[in-house]
Design a binder for this molecule. Structure first.
Ligand code: FDA
Length: 511
């Protein structure tokens, strides 16, 4: 290429003939902004100040991914890989610092192929969880997959970060159920599990997206569920006093997670304002009648009865959880939506000791009650995820002894940065500071799928991401698994082609 041409020109020239022209968008293409925002879930990262991609490549075939990586690597253009676009810091489609990059968008690579004979499925990264659930549940109502509560999340990012949800107490996290994968490495080679090797196969099942290559598709082990499962949602209010008070109920709820061992029963809790919403999925046989008896035995304080409960196929239960209504048609989970209206900032914690009723009361009084635009989601661990699968089985380390994950979210409207943003951030930061003594410490754990750049950003030294300083955020996401992830990165991508502000740094010395 001539010295006058830019890396992006070289990249585009290299792609021509390998990817249909209408699937490549430059900033001057009329469809650029629509393509860029197609799966964006947080308008904080599509403002005029945002560092945007120079171009977007919309892959619809594995060969397009290979071409994008080969051409990108050769011309010095880095790729940000995007599956479902839900990254909490927008790292799949924007950069924090000024840099020239392309987005490789996999939303068009979205097939789900269920093999009923051996209860497995191949799913492409660009499929959403809703599309996966729909294909799995319609192939056989007895099949399921342990995914998350939100149907628009992309399979690619979800599994890359481990993937937690209401079924992990029985079946493990999403990544525990991956049997094989196809990945395009930094040389543009398409590798299956056998060719990528067990260390890379380990790393991609929870080590976070972007760092190791582009995962094109995943082979999943499907779970078996009864013809119907049971769900309920019960709202309680803080400050009611007595046994029905949300704070007292939370104190009871957190003692149930590890003892007794009830993997069929999962109750997650969503806190907003003075309300605690107890959302239950029961995977045992016997449906609502059996669930009501179990609740009477273990958690009578919640006052759950069969009239709170719905017996639904697993697919309809996922629609109930994701869309919020018992009669929600599962087809609703096939809708791909973006969010360009509400700004969001999230953080996360893990809790290993019960907080107790007084601390819950204080949390409502001092923080939640004053801000209806703040939400806490408490996701119980225990069961199989906590007691059966070792902390080193996959990069996801928050297992033995973890009671629950807390996701903090705060919303605002108006401007990305301004008075309402500053007020929202002050509220979130005060809450996060107040929680420090109640949650895990040394390190204070965080969940990579709830990405938070407040905990640290990479430094690039001599063209490569530095290991030592990355430990600050990396050991909070991965604890003792961080060093092993860095060693895998050092083997498969020593030149650090695949990177972002929180990618795994290559560790080149032997470990
Ligand atoms: P996106 O496309 O933004 O990618 C996320 C990261 O992975 C980026 O760094 C990206 O570069 C990289 N990446 C994406 N595809 C890749 C691929 N094929 N190969 C390599 N790298 C890739 N999580 C959870 O565990 N349980 C839950 O219940 C929920 N619920 C939830 C609800 C809502 C409303 C949101 C916004 C998010 C969640 N999440 C969640 C978090 C979610 O799992 C996390 O944001 C995922 O990274 C999103 O995956 P996407 O593919 O949508 O993101």
């Amino acid at each position: 290429s001539s010295s006058a041409s830019s890396p992006i020109d070289d990249f585009l020239r290299c792609l021509s003939g390998k990817i249909p022209a209408e699937q490549v968008f430059t900033q001057s293409s009329s469809g650029f902004m629509a393509e860029l925002t197609s799966s964006v879930q947080n308008p904080r990262f599509v403002t005029n100040a945002t560092v945007r991609p120079a171009c977007i490549v919309a892959a619809s075939d594995a060969s397009h991914v290979q071409a994008a990586v080969r051409c990108g690597h050769r011309s010095g253009v880095r790729l940000r890989v995007r599956s479902g676009g839900h990254d909490y810091e927008g790292l799949s489609y924007r950069a924090v610092r000024a840099e020239t990059f392309a987005v490789l968008d996999l939303a068009g690579l979205r097939a789900v192929r269920v093999r009923a004979g051996d209860a497995t499925a191949w799913v492409d990264s660009g499929a959403t969880l809703g599309e996966l659930y729909y294909a799995v549940g319609t192939a056989n109502p007895g099949f399921a997959f342990p995914g998350g509560a939100c149907s628009t999340v992309g399979v690619g990012g979800y599994l890359s970060g481990g993937g937690i949800g209401l079924m992990m107490r029985k079946f493990g996290i999403g990544a525990d159920n991956v049997l094989d994968a196809m990945i395009v490495n930094a040389d543009g080679e398409l590798l299956d599990r056998g060719r990528m090797g067990e260390d890379l196969f380990w790393a991609i099942r929870g080590g976070g997206g972007e760092s190791f290559g582009v995962v094109v598709s995943w082979r999943l082990k499907l779970s078996m569920v009864p013809p119907t499962v049971a769900v309920f949602t019960i709202a309680k209010t803080a400050g009611d006093g007595g046994g029905g008070d949300a704070a007292a109920l939370l104190a009871k709820w957190e003692t149930l997670i590890l003892q007794p061992f009830l993997p069929d029963l999962t109750i997650r809790v969503v806190l907003q304002g003075r309300t605690a919403l107890f959302q239950c999925l029961y995977l045992g046989s016997g449906g609502c009648a059996r669930l009501a008896a179990t609740m009477r035995a273990y958690f009578p304080e919640l006052g759950m009865t069969t009239s709170d409960c719905h017996d639904l196929t697993w697919l309809r239960a996922m629609a109930f959880i994701s869309l919020g209504a018992a009669d929600a048609p599962p087809e609703g989970m096939l809708r791909r939506t973006n969010n360009l209206g509400t700004y969001v900032k999230s953080k996360s914690d893990y809790v290993r000791r019960p907080m107790g009723a007084a601390a819950w009361s204080a949390l409502f009084a001092d923080h939640l009650a004053s801000n209806n635009a703040g939400v806490l989601i408490l996701e119980p661990h225990g069961g199989v995820v906590g007691a059966v699968i070792p902390d080193m089985a996959t990069p996801y380390p928050h297992r033995a002894g973890v009671l629950y994950n807390i996701q903090y979210g705060v919303f605002w409207w108006g401007d990305a940065e301004g008075e309402s943003s500053a007020a929202a951030r002050r509220w979130l930061d005060a809450l996060y500071a107040a929680m420090e003594t109640a949650v895990s410490g040394n390190p204070r754990e965080a969940f990579v799928n709830y990405r938070d750049l407040d905990i640290g950003e990479n430094a690039v030294v001599g063209g490569v991401t530095e290991y030592e300083s990355a430990r600050r955020w990396g050991e909070r996401y991965f604890m003792g698994n961080f060093r092993r992830l860095a060693a895998v990165k050092g083997r498969v991508d020593p030149g650090d082609y695949f990177r972002n502000e929180q990618s795994i740094p290559p560790l080149l010395q032997p470990y």
